[in-house]
Design a protein around this ligand. Sequence first.
Ligand SMILES: CC(C)(COP(=O)(O)OP(=O)(O)OC[C@H]1O[C@@H](n2cnc3c(N)ncnc32)[C@H](O)[C@@H]1OP(=O)(O)O)[C@@H](O)C(=O)NCCC(=O)NCCS
Length: 235
Amino acid sequence: MAFVLTPWQPPPSRPELSDHSLHLWRFPLTCHESFEQFLDEHELQTAKRLLVPAKARAFITARARLRQILGLYLDLDPQSLHFNYGASGKPVLAGASSDDLSFNLAHSVEWGLCAVTRGVAVGVDIEKLDRQLDYAKLAAGFFSVCEKNWLQASSNHRRRRHFFRIWTRKEAWLKGKGGGFSDPDQDIGLAHLQGCCTHDGTWWLRNFSVSRHYIAALAVPQEFSLVQRWDAWRN
Ligand SMILES: CC(C)(COP(=O)(O)OP(=O)(O)OC[C@H]1O[C@@H](n2cnc3c(N)ncnc32)[C@H](O)[C@@H]1OP(=O)(O)O)[C@@H](O)C(=O)NCCC(=O)NCCS
């Protein structure tokens, strides 16, 4: 059975990624340390453009944690890492070859989430289960016909949660591929919608919980038998 997820547990001081292993890290964004020292000029400029202070704070914290996490695998100082960006903005480690570490970062309100693996692309998404969100409007704007039908077929009391399951899977998949997000025809396919862990021949998707009120999804282009989950920097 693909994708056995360990419970969230404290990370080792020097995490090791063997071939065919994948690590998920969760970390709180609600901390008050000063993280600017870890960021490069490009990141500091990005943070400056974020006019909502909470968003700027979350961006800085998540980038600093990302650097700390990757630094542990690479045995490098967090501030010495360099990122390149794909055409749609996906960050990758500069100079990484196809066998090297790959990662993806996501954040939502109080939580950051980072996936780290080796040699394959990866995507993650996390969302707060917002009870006020007009999810029907978002589904109308962003879901394919197939996804809308699937959502509509769920019972009233389950529909909001179903929306978040589909949304996070789709977002993780799009982030894994690293392409654009605006094509309305991007359809994760019925197979991905029906099961917990299903396969359309190229990508594996899996929902999981990050904490109460937070749902996440992982997307990878191959099966992983074990996904280790690390619970870092808890307040
Ligand atoms: C750019 C985008 C990744 C931002 O998504 P988001 O939900 O606001 O943010 P997330 O927390 O999931 O991910 C943000 C992180 O993903 C990474 N990222 C940015 N662009 C990316 C891309 N094209 N592909 C993969 N990862 C990307 C970055 O590390 C970013 O964090 P940082 O810049 O703060 O360091 C993209 O998903 C987006 O604009 N989505 C809009 C909604 C949409 O169109 N959804 C359709 C699918 S249902």
